[in-house]
Structures are given as C-alpha cells and as structure tokens.
Design a protein around this ligand. Structure first.
Ligand SMILES: C[S@@+](CC[C@H](N)C(=O)[O-])C[C@H]1O[C@@H](n2cnc3c(N)ncnc32)[C@H](O)[C@@H]1O
Length: 344
C-alpha cells in the first residue's frame, strides 16, 4: 500500500526574545504588509519605518511640483518601494504610463509584484532593472522620445538599509557590501582593502565632508573589514577620545562615503543630469530629492546652468524642505532637499 506524500510543512515563524521582534529577520509581520496591516499601522504610528518597506519622502511637495495628470508619461528613476510611483500612477491612470527604474535586482521584482497587485498592468507600469544613467536607453527601448515628468529620489531605500545582509547598516552585523546591485562591481570590503590612504582621504572629504578624513584613511585603507560592525569598531577605536555622538556621526559619514564610491553614485547622477533636458517632453518637469550636500550641489548647479542655456524655462529658486510634521513623523526625511526644473 502506498501512502500519499505529506504536504510540505510551512516554514516556522522566527522566534524572538521578549515582547517585540528586534532583529530584521524576526520582523516577519512587518515584511508582509498586505497580511499584517494592523502591525504596520502601529509601527508607522510610532514614527518608525516597518521593516521591508519604505516611507516615501515629501510626497505632497513632489506631486505639486510634477503635477501628474491623466495620460501623462512618467519616469521614476529610483523606484524603490514604489511609494512615489504609486501616487503618480493613481493620477496619470488610466491612459498614462509610468516607467520605474532601479539598479537593485533584489527589491525591484518585489516592488513590481506589489504594484501589479494594486491593479497596474504592463500597459500602465513597467519595471526596468537599470541604472538611471541609462535613462535615454530605457526610454528608447520603450519606444518613447521623452517623458512629461521625471522623478529621482536619490540614495538608498529603507529596505536596503534595514536588511543587514545588504551591508548598508552601521548598527546591524552583516557583510560589508553596500552594492545596490550585488552582481556588479566591488563590495565595500574589497574596495577598502584595495585603496591607498591618500585616495581614501580624498574620497572621505569629497563624498561626506569628513573632518577626520586623513586620520581615518590612514587607519582604514588597505585593511580587511569583512563585516559592517568590524569597520564600525575600527572607527570607534581610532576615535576613542571623541564623544559617543561624534563617533556615531563619523561612522555614518564613512559608510556614506563608501556607499557613494562603491556605487559610483556621483557619476550616475552627473550622467542623469546631462540627459534630463533631452529626456523631457516640451513643458515636461523633473523633481530631484537629495539627501546630502554632494548631491544637492550637483543638482543645483546643473539646473542653474540649464536655465542659463535655455534648456529649462523655470527652476526652483529655493530648495524645498520637508514640513516639521513630516520631520516628526519620519526622521529619515530629515536631510531631504527637493529641487525641480521645467523644460520650455
Ligand atoms: C530612496 S530610494 C527610492 C524610494 C522610492 N521613491 C519610494 O517611494 O519607495 C532610492 C532607490 O534608488 C535606487 N538607486 C540608487 N541609485 C540608483 C541609480 N544610479 N540607478 C538606479 N537606481 C538607483 C536604489 O536602489 C533605491 O531603491
């Protein structure tokens, strides 16, 4: 007598100590927002970002600037969790179309599935695993000559920061990786092992205005740091006389500088800025959210020279900042700066 094979067991839910899960791997409810809406609402109300999600920054301001209308062609250069994209899609539908680009092959399929589950089919929304430096190629491959509105929300998503296995977190143990696309280029660990002190010092200054650049570069360049926490401890050891707050800020600046270098973020941004005027349809608008001075300087300069050359008819005179209500509700918006430009 043959017995039917028993059905596969469902995976055991992660066990955690205490009342609430603390580690990313344990926050299985937060990572399944469709199923556990109540948990998500509680986490949001406490001012935190649920694990595996991202809270879009300055949504109202971006919608005002881009003014998405039914039928518009939109490009979100940094799709992330699709928070901004979702809001834009709701306003350009049913006849509009949004192309969402992201360099991250791990999060992109999840976001594509999420937006599909909201009812956006391939005519309205397409996901493209591409660096935004390839904007014009993506537009051409989609049979488009330009877009009516373009958004770029620079940097990393909360999903990337909060997942220790991506190596962006300064607080949680993980491999020192920091690549948005882990299949391309060098990890931050390999990058540090192979760099000379003088070059690292320059990079710490240029990428995050690090005041201790030379000293830290001498201690870190050419050394082997396989994990996020081993790098953080080495910085702590080097600055043992500094206050705890100063050390934490330094750790964040060093991680930021490495992330920018490993992902070649400034070259990608410069390339995007060069392509923008010819990627916009007449009257089209672009909005860019930046999170540190190196990014904002580039955007400001490019928009200003674009206006002088007549490539843009209007640009934001002043940088736009999050409201105090948003700053309170979402501390991750604290360094956000929004600028926009409009094509004649
Ligand atoms: C701040 S998040 C965007 C969040 C998104 N606006 C939302 O509402 O969910 C930035 C995203 O841009 C992506 N990214 C960063 N640099 C990129 C580049 N050069 N090309 C394409 N994607 C990039 C990251 O992988 C990340 O998913």
């Amino acid at each position: 007598m043959s017995s039917a094979p028993s059905p596969p067991r469902p995976p055991r839910r992660p066990r955690y100590r205490g009342k609430n899960p603390r580690r990313f791997e344990e926050k299985y409810k937060e990572r399944d927002p469709q199923r556990y809406g109540e948990t998500i609402a509680k986490v949001l109300a406490s001012g935190k970002t649920p694990a595996g999600t991202h809270r879009p920054v300055m949504v109202q301001e971006i919608l005002e600037v881009l003014a998405p209308a039914p039928g518009a062609i939109a490009v979100d250069c940094t799709l992330g969790y699709g928070g901004h994209a979702q809001e834009i899609l709701a306003r350009i539908s049913p006849s509009g179309r949004l192309l969402g680009l992201d360099a991250d092959p791990i999060e992109l399929p999840k976001t594509e599935a999420r937006l599909r589950s909201l009812g956006y089919g391939p005519q309205e929304f397409s996901a493209h695993r591409s660096n935004f430096a390839g904007l014009q190629k993506v537009l051409a491959a989609a049979g488009l000559t330009g877009a009516d509105l373009i958004l770029a929300d620079l940097g990393v998503s909360s999903m990337q920061i909060d997942d220790p296995s991506r190596g962006f977190s300064t607080k949680q143990a993980g491999p020192l990786d920091m690549r948005m696309n882990p299949a391309r280029g060098q990890s931050a660990s390999a990058f540090l092992r192979g760099i000379a002190a003088a070059k690292l010092a320059r990079l710490l200054e240029e990428n995050s205005d690090e005041p201790q650049a030379e000293r830290l570069a001498a201690a870190l360049a050419g050394e082997s740091f396989p994990t996020t926490l081993s790098l953080a401890s080495a910085i702590r050891a080097e600055l043992s006389r500094f206050s705890e707050e100063a050390v934490e800020l330094t750790i964040r600046r060093v991680f930021q500088a490495l992330r920018i270098a490993v992902n070649d973020e400034f070259s990608a941004l410069d390339s995007l800025l060069r392509q923008l005027p010819s990627s916009l349809n007449p009257g089209g608008r672009v909005a860019i959210l930046t999170f540190h001075s190196g990014e904002d300087r580039r955007v400001k300069k490019s928009f200003a020279s674009g206006r002088e050359e007549g490539l843009y008819s209007q640009i934001s005179d002043e940088v736009i900042r999050p409201t105090s209500a948003e700053l309170n509700a979402n501390p991750r918006s604290s360094s956000a700066k929004l600028r926009w430009a409009k094509r004649p």
